[in-house]
Design a protein around this ligand. Sequence first.
Ligand SMILES: *Cc1c(COP(=O)(O)O)cnc(C)c1O
Ligand SMILES: [Zn+2]
Length: 559
Amino acid sequence: MKRVELECINCRTRIPLTKTVAGCPRCGEVILEARYDLSDLNVEKWRKELARRPHNLWRYREVLPILNTENIVSLGEGDTPLIKSQALAANLGLKNLYIKDERQGPTASFKDRQATVAISALKELGIDEVVVASTGNVAIAYAAYCARAGIKLWSFFPSLTPNEKMREAALYGAEVIKVTGTYDQTKELAAKFAARREIFLDRGIKSVAAIEAMKTMAYEIAEQLTETMGLLNDDLAEQQPWRAPDWFIQGVSGGMGPIGVGKGFRELYDFGIIDRMPKLGVVQSIGCAPMVEAFERGQSIATPVDNPRTVIATLATGNPGRAYELLYDYVSDYGGTFVAASDQEAFEATRVLARSDGISVEPATGVTFAGLFKMVQSGVIKPDDVVVVNCSGHTLPVELEILDEQWHRQFDLTLRTHGPTLPQEGLISALEQMSQTTRRVVVMEDNVDAARLIRRLMQARGAYEVQLAHDGATGLQLVQSERPDLVITDLMMPGVDGFAVIERIKSDPELQQIPIVVITAKELTARERAWLNEQVDLLLQKGGSIDEELVETLVTKIE
Ligand SMILES: *Cc1c(COP(=O)(O)O)cnc(C)c1O
Ligand SMILES: [Zn+2]
């Protein structure tokens, strides 16, 4: 029989797992950690058995705080894919960037993990009504799992939360209370309401359920990285450690995600299943970055932000309390950093991620990626590092912030219709008009991923038909056959290089009018530079990354 106790992270008092626990009875600390008596667990046998179990979060049940598996309330959460980034990774110069796609859970964020553990625990404790305060995703996940468990949920939201998210909680049958105030104030109000009505408040067991639930990401990441990247050494597979990444990166509000993941890696380390601890990259929104500010001042205690200035509700915890101290300790022990990104940088990163890797996220995860970009640019993350990003939260409810007015083209058929059939002529001429505005571009670049990224960004920007060539000879053929409106070329390419390509285009009377843009990472001599400035329309030294700003510059040459 499994034994679980709760341990106060402050004074280390141990208490049994019961519903009356709302914090440490001795010192009042609200963060408690589950401790398991695993003296009977044979780690080697367990690993073998894990390989045979169904792929969901509960496959790690030995290290989860539920005593009777009949109490588990599940929607098939966990085992989200670990996706290897291609174009984005190439653009960042990272060899091993992995995206833990937590969007692919039942309610599209990693709060599914917290909900399955918390609501199962409530069921085990015989609780049938609960109060939660949330910036959105926790309440949505709780609402779904409470519906399944037959538990009544009161969900309190700050007014910053998008209405779409509140409506989703309401759809699952939760009571929705919208509070005009900050998230921290909303939490206080929810606590008062729960106390007055004597309803169970999530806060008491929250830290336990959240930390235990989030840690399953660490277990999955280690298993999946080992599957994808292979064992370090093929002999004796059963005794080989699993792989741990060099970095785990997450956008942080209350901090339970990385605290839980940190605990998960620590447990794996103590079991001897991994042989090193990853560093933590914690990212916050600049308008609400109490952890980053404290870290930059070298302080282990954060000063709360009273009035968060961000439109990204998911990350609007102004007072991180003890959570920051735990993360600070982790980073002091195993390495890592705290960085902040602005809302604008987050929206931009969201677009880049969607267009380069086909992954659409909510702005909170845009913050995560914007932070990742900074850690790479500042050299904190190295090209060979194995990096895993917690990619949580789908864009759908909140994409308003991310796209501008020109995101679509409109066709109004009602204006052209007189009677039951479509006037074919009018329709076709309208379609033709549309295709006439298409500009053709030839890109010569031997780095396939970089070339594809340019193409994707240009296609997303407007009606551009972009053809790629990975060497100069193919590129020249394309220019001759296509007569493009713009040529974009690299200088260093196999076979016919960029200099030769430019010379050939400029000496051909039929082609010499075509504007040429050179994008190069090559160190140029003064002579080369002077020659290029004579011949081409724009010379871009590629120190920075291929992004929308760069594409804006490119299209000025043909618009
Ligand atoms: C909850 C949430 C966060 C913040 O997580 P914490 O670990 O609690 O700070 C970040 N992004 C998304 C999408 C979330 O749902
Ligand atoms: Zn205590």
